[in-house]
Design a protein around this ligand. Structure first.
Ligand code: NOJ
Ligand code: CA
Length: 631
């Protein structure tokens, strides 16, 4: 057993999976490259000397937290040994549906299950082989379904259990898998478990949550919520505090209490018995809060923007809980799992997903979403060179026992095209370039609805245009901090999750054919030009690119399992070759910028795809091509 102390050196800590990811995260947060660490002077610094160098600004308490995390993990990820196991989910192309915004079938302005059923042929036509549904369970919708009131009931606005069964059958009949969203870090405060816990805190449900007696002005600790303010809500009637990492209507479940784990496994088995093929597990790395709920370190809080994270993002019992869930539910059903794991980097993710560890199959690593030194609320240009570096790092270092979830968008983030370059003249080229990247690398692509149409951010004009609890809270937090309405709105326009949640545009009829009524969240007029029908009819559209590349991937196993060799990494350039022993290699060449770029075309290569009509000379703005190479 290794014990980490203040004498430990940075370069050694960087070799520890937790140390590696913490250092990488801090560097990302302060906008520095990890290359910095290869400098021997830096690498040889001990924690002690860093404390001295920072004149105690990084104090003992800060380092103690880091040491706790390091000493809490003794496992080392298994190295690449070339033994890759095949699996359906490695070969799948996933599509994430945000049901509220996909297709309304009854004119109430809210997407629903019958609406999705009507669009299954569309998904099949695109080549999709697996669907992830954001939550469809009964919910008061404080956080749009991520606050579940009843896990075994369908949200009334979305339909019925019979609709669900039809949806499942419709997918399976088309050879598509179905995964659901599993939100078990918290439930709605309206869930009967919570209601019973409140009604009788010393009764059988009292320990299902984190309820603590106390005084109205003094929350049990200093943890903050991801949706603004303290992570504790005061219940005056009961004189109790309740923990909520998200909205005050999303109460955290206490996983250290065995009946909670029993109840979750039971519910998961119920769905798996109903024919669901797996789950995406919402903030699953947050389920194991460290015993005693120790106070968060204020410095770490400042650095990360939230206080307390170090006590639950990789809690002491996390692996244990995941293994239990795997053993009791997933393994017996041969079910698939992809964890949503904010704050987890590449090395820690290996310990959550190794094919020999029996925890999760894959995780989403969110460091792909923001370039160094930026957070989602910043209005900045995303440098695609970072996307290259981030993805190439995984291609080089993930190894045979782990499998990457490839994604660029989801329902929690603005559209990537808008971040990379909002100039409309580049919209189509960038959309196609992103498709090339996501569909030609090793890993499983997760396409978020609308990505295949090249969707960009919406044009919201007023705070009333927003629906998301996170955005609305953020706005009021900014006003309270003295910002003007205009400045606060600008922050929302940069980072709001609502950009991803506007209605899916299907055709040129009002509201893009999403609804015959008034959509729950207004989009803009963009659908007149960019909608599914016109895209499908146009062989040069973004949609046709997605379809073409999905088919290409499905027809070429080298694009799934093959190794990735990076052959060009100059500034604004990226080229890689996918190869294995049995097939002709495939080479991808990309100009990552708006400026023309000279690229070396492979000799004897045959063109499989390009995002511009044929032309000679340098690569145009954001040009991407795919070639099959001679053997
Ligand atoms: C992550 C989900 O993707 C997000 O939409 C939600 O608000 C939080 N988890 C809380 O459930
Ligand atoms: Ca509806």
């Amino acid at each position: 057993m290794t014990t980490w102390t203040m004498k430990s050196k940075l370069k050694d800590i960087y070799r520890h999976p937790v140390g590696h990811d913490i250092i990488a995260k801090i560097l990302l947060q302060v906008g520095r490259s990890p290359k910095w660490l290869t400098n021997p002077v830096v690498g040889n610094l001990s924690l002690q000397s860093i404390q001295t160098l920072t004149r105690g600004k990084l104090n003992q308490a800060f380092f103690q937290k880091v040491l706790n995390l390091l000493n809490g993990e003794q496992a080392i990820p298994r190295k690449d040994d070339g033994s890759m196991l095949p699996a359906w989910w490695k070969e799948a192309v996933f599509y994430q549906i945000y049901p509220r915004s996909f297709q309304d079938s009854n004119g109430d302005g809210i997407g629903d299950l019958p609406g999705i059923i009507d669009r299954l042929d569309y998904l099949q036509e695109l080549g999709i082989t697996a669907v992830w549904l954001s939550p469809i369970y009964d919910s008061p919708n404080d956080d749009m379904g991520y606050d579940i009131r009843n896990y075994q009931k369908i949200m009334a606005e979305f339909g019925t259990m019979a609709d669900f069964d039809r949806l499942r059958d419709g997918l399976h009949a088309r050879g598509m898998k179905l995964i659901m969203d599993l939100v078990v870090n918290h439930t709605s405060d309206e869930h009967p478990w919570f209601q019973k816990a409140l009604a009788d805190p010393s009764g059988p449900f009292g320990q299902y949550y984190f309820l603590r007696p106390g005084q109205p002005d003094t929350p049990p600790n200093n943890w903050t919520s991801f949706f603004s303010g303290s992570a504790w809500r005061w219940f005056p009637e009961q004189q109790l505090w309740g923990l909520h990492l998200f909205s005050p209507k999303q109460m955290d479940l206490n996983w250290s209490y065995p009946p909670v784990r029993d109840a979750v496994c039971h519910m998961v088995n119920w769905w798996l018995d109903r024919g669901v093929d797996g789950f995406r597990l919402d903030v699953i790395n947050y389920i194991a809060k460290n015993p005693g709920l120790p106070a968060g370190d204020p410095l770490i809080g400042q650095l990360m923007g939230f206080t307390g994270v170090e006590e639950y993002f990789y809690g002491r019992h996390l692996h244990e809980y995941l293994r239990e869930l795997q053993e009791r539910s997933f393994t017996p059903h041969h079910a698939f799992s992809v964890g949503e794991t904010p704050g987890i980097g590449m090395q820690m993710s290996k310990l959550l997903t190794g094919d020999y560890r029996h925890e999760l199959d894959m995780v989403f690593d969110f460091d792909v979403l923001e370039t160094p030194g930026h957070v989602r609320w910043d209005d900045y240009r995303y440098d695609l060179n970072y996307l290259r570096d981030y993805l190439a790092d995984y291609q080089d270092h993930y190894g045979s026992h782990y499998w990457q979830a490839l994604f660029i968008e989801n329902h929690d983030n603005p559209r990537m095209i808008s971040k990379a370059n909002p100039d409309p003249q580049y919209r189509i080229a960038i959309a196609k370039l992103l498709a090339v990247i996501e569909l030609t690398l090793r890993g499983t692509p997760f396409i978020f609805q609308g990505q295949e149409l090249g969707r960009v951010n919406a044009q919201f004009h007023n705070i009333r245009d927003f629906q998301d609890v996170e955005s609305i809270n953020k706005y009021h937090e900014l006003l309270a901090a003295g910002q003007t309405e205009q400045a606060a709105l600008a922050v929302l326009l940069a980072g709001s999750r609502d950009h991803a949640r506007t209605p899916m545009p299907w055709d040129t009829t009002p509201h893009g054919g999403f609804t015959t009524g008034t959509p729950w969240l207004a989009g803009d007029d963009d659908y007149r030009q960019y909608n599914a029908y016109s895209e499908m009819a146009n062989p040069r559209s973004v949609w046709s690119t997605y379809r073409h590349l999905i088919k290409l991937r499905q027809a070429n196993p080298v694009l799934v399992y093959g190794a990735t060799d990076t052959v060009d990494r100059r500034r604004n350039a990226w080229s890689y070759i996918r190869r294995d022993d049995d097939h002709q290699p495939i080479q991808v060449l990309i100009n990552l910028s708006a400026r023309q770029k000279r690229m070396t075309i492979p000799a004897g290569g045959s063109l499989l795809y390009r995002n511009y009509p044929a032309h000679d000379g340098r690569f145009k703005a954001y040009e991407a091509r795919v070639y099959r190479l001679p053997e």
